[in-house]
Design a protein around this ligand. Structure first.
Ligand SMILES: C[S@@+](CC[C@H](N)C(=O)[O-])C[C@H]1O[C@@H](n2cnc3c(N)ncnc32)[C@H](O)[C@@H]1O
Length: 365
């Protein structure tokens, strides 16, 4: 057993104070991102009066002043005085690079929304879950679901077609998609990935499946709006596909982006994947890059954040009706074990270009 040294009381106290300050800053950062204050300050580009920021961002000056207090005390926004001794506020460029809508792939502003949104949606049902063990249904998370789609939109648009797919089997899958494959995207949500792939690979046919009727309706409307004829969407529980003759050995390639660990019956969902693939068909599962044991994640740079998102969303939605409740941090070892139990004899696990949060689990039937 390894020896663990307990922290001194003073260390523990200053750590908790830091956490209180950082938690408060996360909330204020989320407000600054959502209201566009960071974008406005970034565009102003120099130290200015609070009223000028309020005008540029279109926000109330009194609320802004209180918010500036948080940001200055948190060392995010720089405070100076002009020659007349009046206060001037400035967003340093390194923060503008991370907290504005121009940040692109480096945008961390969008992630500041996550914990406040989850607190708003699920604090009470999750606390109740600590007593009852019950899951929390998706209906508690309407704004969080919309946020996840926004996140998926940004991620898939930047990574899927240009970086992820070309790396699968050293470009072989892209060549085959250009020639024409039958593809199923499982847990497709509002269809962001399936729609993008359908647009880029007109010779292939895409089937998006999700248990959420609302998400499928949105995906269908978007396909119609874009005039795409090579994509269809079905509101189905992935688990039922394995017993549906329509889908038996129907696909050359199945994808699941962040869509297995949330499911209530993930083992059966993976059995479905195996059943709907043609012999020799391939499966790309993109899921969180973590270890199954907590100890393996101790040095993960975003460990507490990811476990919290899992605690507040992934694990409880997966526990509904006695579900497995794997949680987002189910980890590589558990994922490999479950893929093997579903029938996949060999799984290759690789990192994904520009996506440090996920692994690519690649299997062949
Ligand atoms: C985190 S979202 C990922 C959505 C999408 N793949 C993306 O990358 O944006 C997980 C999705 O899995 C879906 N899902 C959960 N359980 C499911 C099930 N049993 N069958 C099919 N889809 C399911 C949810 O409705 C949700 O849309």
């Amino acid at each position: 057993m390894t020896q663990q040294t307990d922290p001194k009381p003073a260390d523990a106290s200053s750590k908790i104070s830091d956490i209180l300050n950082h938690g408060a800053l996360n909330l204020a950062l989320a407000i600054g991102y959502r209201t566009g204050i960071f974008d406005a300050m970034d565009a102003l580009g120099e130290p200015v009066a609070a009223d000028d920021i309020a005008t540029a961002a279109g926000v109330d000056p009194r609320y802004l002043k209180e918010w500036l207090g948080v940001m200055v005390c948190g060392d995010i926004i720089a405070l100076s005085r002009n020659e007349a001794g009046q206060e001037r506020f400035h967003l340093p460029k390194p923060y503008g690079d991370l907290l504005t809508r121009r940040s692109g792939n480096a945008n961390l502003g969008v992630y500041t929304q996550e914990i406040p949104l989850l607190t708003h949606c699920a604090m009470e049902p999750v606390i109740k879950g600590f007593c009852t063990g019950d899951g929390v249904s998706y209906s508690h998370y309407p704004r969080f679901q919309a946020f996840m789609t926004e996140l998926a939109n940004a991620k898939h648009r930047q990574v899927l077609v240009d970086r992820f797919l070309p790396a699968v089997e050293n470009g072989k899958i892209v060549k085959q998609l250009q020639d024409g494959l039958e593809v199923c995207d499982l847990g497709c949500g509002e269809g962001v990935a399936a729609l993008l792939m359908a647009q880029h690979f007109p010779e292939s046919r895409f089937t998006g499946v999700d248990v959420s009727r609302e998400a499928i309706e949105i995906a269908r409307q978007e396909a119609a709006r874009r005039g795409l004829k090579n994509v269809a969407f079905f509101a189905l529980d992935a688990v039922n596909m394995k017993d549906d003759p329509t889908f038996k050995e129907a696909f050359d390639y199945v994808t699941a982006f962040d869509a297995i660990h949330d499911q209530t019956r993930p083992s059966e969902a993976l059995e479905s994947v195996y059943a709907i693939l043609k012999p020799g068909g391939r499966f790309s599962m993109v899921d969180i890059a973590a270890h199954t044991d907590i100890a393996g994640n101790r040095n993960h740079p975003m460990g507490p954040f990811l476990y919290t998102v899992s605690l507040m969303h992934c694990m409880p939605v997966g526990r509904v009706e006695g579900g497995a409740g794997l949680g987002m941090m189910w980890g590589k070892e558990k994922a490999m074990e479950m893929l093997s139990e579903a029938g996949f004899q060999k799984t290759e696990v690789t990192e994904i270009p520009d996506d440090p949060f996920n692994f690519h689990f690649f299997c062949q039937k």
